[in-house]
Design a protein around this ligand. Structure first.
Ligand SMILES: *[C@@H]1O[C@H](CO)[C@@H](O)[C@H](O)[C@H]1NC(C)=O
Ligand SMILES: *[C@@H]1O[C@H](CO)[C@@H](O)[C@H](O)[C@H]1NC(C)=O
Ligand SMILES: *[C@@H]1O[C@H](CO)[C@@H](O)[C@H](O)[C@H]1NC(C)=O
Length: 453
C-alpha cells in the first residue's frame, strides 16, 4: 500500500487494467459460478456456568446440573481442585444414570496418586453397600476440602452432567454428558469450611478428571476456560465461568475476551495454576522486595498461585510488610482508622473520593514478565469494607515460610476476566472490567433456546 500511495499513477494503471479486463472475465466466471459455500456450522461447543458469591464466606459457588432427572447442585468453585466431588451420603441420591466404575477403569489411575481398590461393607458410614459412594472393587481417591485442607476417602463415580451452551452471549439449550466423572465423598468433608447449601466442590485444576479437562476432552476443544467472578453477593448477580474460547459477551455488548494481556501460566503441585509476578509497584513506585522469593519469572518459573478458595490475596510476611508500608506511606496525609484484624491498614471510606473502580486509593501494580504486562489493582479490588464505612487494605500476612510467596485470592479476582489457556500455557487477564463499563455480573443468562421441545 505504501508503494501505491507513493505512485498514484501506478495505482491508476492497475485499476484501468482490471476494469478493462472485466468484460472478458465476467461471462466465464458467471458460467462457472457455483453456489455460495454454506455458512459455517454454528459454534456450540462452548459452555457457560453461573456462579454466585456466598455472602458469609466471600467464596464463589457454581450451580451444577447433574443426575437423571437433572438436579441443580451447588458446588464450590475451586480453581486448584483436581476433581469434582460431591457428597453422596444422603439417602435421596436418586439418579438412573449413576454408576461406580471399577478399580481398573482407565481414568482411575490418572485420577489420583492416592488411588486404591476400595471395599465398602457399611454401615459404618451413612452409605450402605451398593449405594452411591459405597461399592466393592471401586476406585478410591482422596478428596480435599480446599478451605480446611481436610481429606477423606471418596469413590470415583459416573453420572449425567448438564451444562448450558453459548455462542458468547445468551445461553442456548443445555447439553448432557452421560459419562461425567466425579467422586462421592462423605458429607463430613463438607463442613466446616464450605458455604451453607454447597454439596460439593467443582475442581478446575489441570488434571484428567477436573471439570475443565472433561469438558474440553468430551467436546474436542483445547483445554481453555475463563472465570469472571462477581463482587456482589445477591440473587440477581451471577458471575460466570466460560469453557472454550471467546467471545465472552457482557452487557452492553462488550466482548471481554478482547484486549487481554497474556502472561505465562505454569502448573505445579497436582495441576495448580501459577504465574510470575516479578515485582510490585504502588503508585508507580517499586515496593522494596526480596525478589528472589518470587521465583525465576523470566524462566517461566513464577511462584504466584491463583486461588478462588482464598478469600483475600496472601503475601509472604516480608512482602506483606513492604506492601503495607508502601501503601500507607503513600497515604501518610490520610489518618488511619482502628485496624480490624487481620487487616492492619484501615481508613474511613469518606476519606476517598469514589471512582468507577472504587475508592481512589494508591494503585497497586503486579509487574508480570515485563514492564508492558502489568496487572493493576484498583480500590474496588485492593480495599474491603470490613465494617460499614471502614475500608481496609485487603491483603493477608502469610507468615514467613509459606509454600507460595503470593496467592492471589478471590477478592482481587472479582470483576476481572481471567482466561486460563491451558493448552498454550498462558493466562489472559483483563484487569477490572469496571473500567470498560461492565462487570462479571453482566452476562445475560436469559436463555434463547427454542421453547416447547
Ligand atoms: C463388599 O464386600 C464385603 C466383604 O468382602 C461384603 O460384606 C459387602 O456386602 C460387599 N458389598 C457389596 C456392595 O457387594
Ligand atoms: C531473600 O530470599 C531468599 C529466598 O527465600 C533467601 O535465601 C535470602 O536470604 C533472602 N535475602 C534477604 C536479603 O533477605
Ligand atoms: C437479555 O437477553 C434477552 C434475550 O435476548 C433480551 O430480551 C433482554 O433484553 C436482555 N437483557 C438485557 C438487560 O439486555
Amino acid at each position: 500500500m505504501a508503494a501505491a500511495a507513493d505512485s498514484p499513477h501506478h495505482l491508476l494503471h492497475l485499476l484501468l487494467l482490471i476494469f478493462s479486463a472485466l468484460p472478458l472475465l465476467a461471462p466465464a466466471s458467471r458460467s462457472q459460478m457455483t453456489p455460495p459455500p454454506p455458512p459455517p456450522p454454528p459454534m456450540i461447543n462452548r459452555y457457560v456456568l453461573a456462579v454466585h458469591k456466598d455472602s458469609a464466606t466471600g467464596l464463589h459457588v457454581a450451580n451444577v446440573l447433574k443426575r437423571t432427572p437433572t438436579k441443580p447442585i451447588f458446588h464450590l468453585v475451586d480453581l486448584d481442585g483436581g476433581m469434582v466431588w460431591e457428597h453422596c451420603d444422603e439417602q435421596r441420591y436418586v439418579s438412573s444414570t449413576f454408576y461406580a466404575p471399577p478399580f481398573d477403569d482407565y481414568l482411575c489411575s490418572p485420577a489420583g496418586k492416592a488411588r486404591f481398590s476400595r471395599t465398602c461393607s457399611g454401615p459404618a458410614t451413612p452409605a450402605t453397600p451398593g449405594r452411591p459412594g459405597c461399592h466393592n472393587n471401586s476406585c478410591g481417591l482422596l478428596a480435599v476440602n480446599p478451605v480446611t485442607k481436610r481429606r477423606a476417602v471418596a469413590e470415583l463415580s459416573i453420572d449425567m452432567f448438564s451444562i448450558l451452551t453459548t455462542r458468547g452471549s445468551n445461553p442456548g439449550r443445555p447439553i448432557r454428558f452421560c459419562k461425567f466423572y466425579f467422586a462421592c465423598a462423605p458429607s463430613s468433608l463438607l463442613r466446616p469450611g464450605l458455604p451453607a447449601g454447597v454439596h460439593g466442590v467443582a475442581g478446575l485444576g489441570r488434571t484428567p478428571i477436573s471439570l475443565q479437562s472433561q469438558l474440553a476432552s468430551h467436546c474436542g476443544f483445547p483445554p481453555m476456560f475463563a472465570s469472571c467472578l462477581t463482587s456482589v453477593s445477591s440473587n440477581d448477580n451471577r458471575g460466570v465461568i466460560f469453557f472454550g474460547d471467546g467471545p465472552y459477551n457482557m452487557l452492553p455488548g462488550v466482548d471481554v475476551s478482547s484486549g487481554l494481556l497474556y502472561t505465562p501460566l505454569t502448573f505445579r503441585r497436582r495441576g495448580k495454576y501459577f504465574v510470575g509476578v516479578r515485582s510490585i509497584r504502588i503508585n508507580w513506585k517499586p515496593v522494596p522486595l526480596n525478589t528472589s522469593l518470587l521465583g525465576h519469572v523470566l524462566a517461566g518459573n513464577g511462584r504466584t498461585r491463583i486461588s478462588t478458595t482464598t478469600p483475600y490475596t496472601i503475601l509472604e510476611h516480608s512482602i506483606f510488610v513492604a506492601v503495607t508500608r508502601s501503601f500507607t506511606s503513600e497515604l501518610s496525609q490520610t489518618p488511619q482508622a482502628e485496624p480490624i484484624p487481620p487487616f492492619p491498614a484501615c481508613y474511613e471510606r469518606a476519606r476517598f473520593p469514589g471512582t468507577r473502580v472504587g475508592p481512589r486509593v494508591p494503585i497497586i501494580e503486579f509487574v508480570m514478565q515485563d514492564e508492558d504486562t502489568i496487572w493493576p489493582i484498583f480500590g474496588v479490588n485492593s480495599m474491603v469494607e470490613v465494617r460499614p464505612e471502614t475500608l481496609c487494605l485487603a491483603f493477608i500476612d502469610g507468615g514467613s515460610r509459606p509454600k507460595d510467596p503470593i496467592v492471589i485470592g478471590a477478592h482481587q479476582l472479582e470483576d476481572n476476566l481471567l482466561q486460563f489457556d491451558v493448552a498454550r500455557s498462558r493466562l489472559g487477564f483483563s484487569s477490572s472490567l469496571l473500567l470498560r463499563r461492565t462487570s462479571c455480573a453482566n452476562f445475560n443468562f436469559t436463555s434463547i433456546a427454542p421453547q416447547g421441545e
